[in-house]
Design a protein around this ligand. Sequence first.
Ligand code: FAD
Length: 392
Amino acid sequence: QATRFDAIVIGAGAAGLMCAMSAGRRGRSVLLIDHAEKAGKKILISGGGRCNFTNLHTAPDRFVSANRHFAISALKRYTQHDFIALVRRHGIAYHEKKLGQLFCDDSARDIVGMLLRECDEAGVRLALETPVTRIARDGLFRVETSRGPFESESLVIATGGLSIPKMGATGFGYRIAEQFGLKVLPTRAGLVPFTFAEADPRNFKDLAGVSCEASVRCGGTAFDEAILFTHRGISGPAILQISSYWRDGDTVEIDMLPGLDAAEHLKRLAAERPKAEVKTVLSEVLPRRLAHRVTPAGLDGRPAGQVREREWSGLAEDLRHWRITPAGTEGYRTAEVTLGGVDTSELSSKTLEARRVPGLFFIGEVVDVTGWLGGYNFQWAWSSGYCAGQFA
Ligand code: FAD
C-alpha cells in the first residue's frame, strides 16, 4: 500500500527545498525526496562556502534560455527582495561583495538551515538517501523508492542539472521529462573555464596564475571582469560568464585594455619613458608576465622611444582585439551550471507545470533557464520553486 501525499518533490536542493516549504505553508502534505545523504549539498559548497544566494540586480536579461521571456513571470512573483526578507527574518547576516552579489557573512550552512527549518515548520516530510526507482502515473503519480512506494496528486522534479557529477548530479530530471513525452533541449556545461589543446602553441601554461581585468566578447555579448590564466586554459569571472554564450568552434575576443584609449595611453607612457623596453612599458598596464608574453617579437628589446606611432597603434589594436579559439571547456566536472534542459515551451511560466501533463512540475536548473554568475542561479531556483509550490 503506497503512502499518499498531496505533493511529492524529488530533489532537496535549492529549488526543491523552496518548493516544498511553500507548498507545505499552503497546508499541502509534502514529501521531499533526495538520494543524497544531506539536503542542499550544492548550496553548502556554493560561493566558496558562503553561498552567493541572490543578486540585487536580478532581471530577466541575466538569464540564458531558448525563450528569453520565460523567466519573467516567476522572477516577478518571487523576487530577490522576497528572498532577502526571508534571510533577514532568520537573522542571517549577509553582505554585498560586488556587482549586487549577496553572500552570507558566516556560512552557506545558514541558508540550508533556514530552508530546513522552514520545511520542518511547514510539516514537510524529508526522505534522504532515498533513490527513486520508477515513476508512473495512473490518475495519481506513483513514485517507487528504496523506502517503498508513495503516491501524490502533484509531482515536482527538482533534481538539477549535470554539473559536478561527483556530487550526485544525474540526468534523472531529463529522463522523467522524456518519459512523459516532454521535449528536452540539448544540454551543455555553462559557467565553466575554457581549455586549450595541450599541443597548441598558443596555450598559456606559462601564464598560469596571471589575472587581469578585461572585456570578453563572444557574438553580441560581452562581460567586463577579471580573466585568469590556468594550466589548462583560461578562467576567471569574465570567462565563466562568456562560456554560457560560447559554442564549439566560436572565437572569443578579449580586450585586455578595457576602458582605455589604448593607443594614446601607450604612446604617452612611451613618451614618459623613452629608454624603457616595450615590454616594460606594457608592464605598466598589464601584469608583467602577460606583458612580456604579448610583446611582439619585432618590438622585443626595442626602446619605447624608437617605436613608431603606427606600431603603437597596431599593438594597441592587437591587445584590444585579442582572439582565442578554445579547444573546449572543462565540462560538467567543474561547470557551475547546465545550459539547456526541459524545454520551457512545455511548461507554464506562471506555475512551472507541464502543459500536457497536469500535476507534473519542473523547477530549478533542470529547466532551460540558466543565470549569469553572481547569485542569479539560486534566485531562479527560489523563484521557480516558490511558484510551483503555490500550485503543486
Ligand atoms: P541542485 O541544487 O543541484 O539540487 C538537485 C538535488 O536533486 C540534489 O540535492 C541532488 O542530490 C538531487 N538529485 C539529483 N538526482 C536525483 C535522483 N535521481 N534522485 C533523487 N535526488 C536526486 N549559484 C548561485 O546562484 N550562487 C552561487 O554562489 C553558486 N555557486 C556554485 C558553486 C558551485 C561549485 C556549483 C557547482 C554551482 C554553484 N551555483 C551557484 C549554481 C547553483 O548551485 C545551482 O544553479 C542550483 O543549486 C540549482 O538548484 P536546483 O535545486 O535546481 O539543483
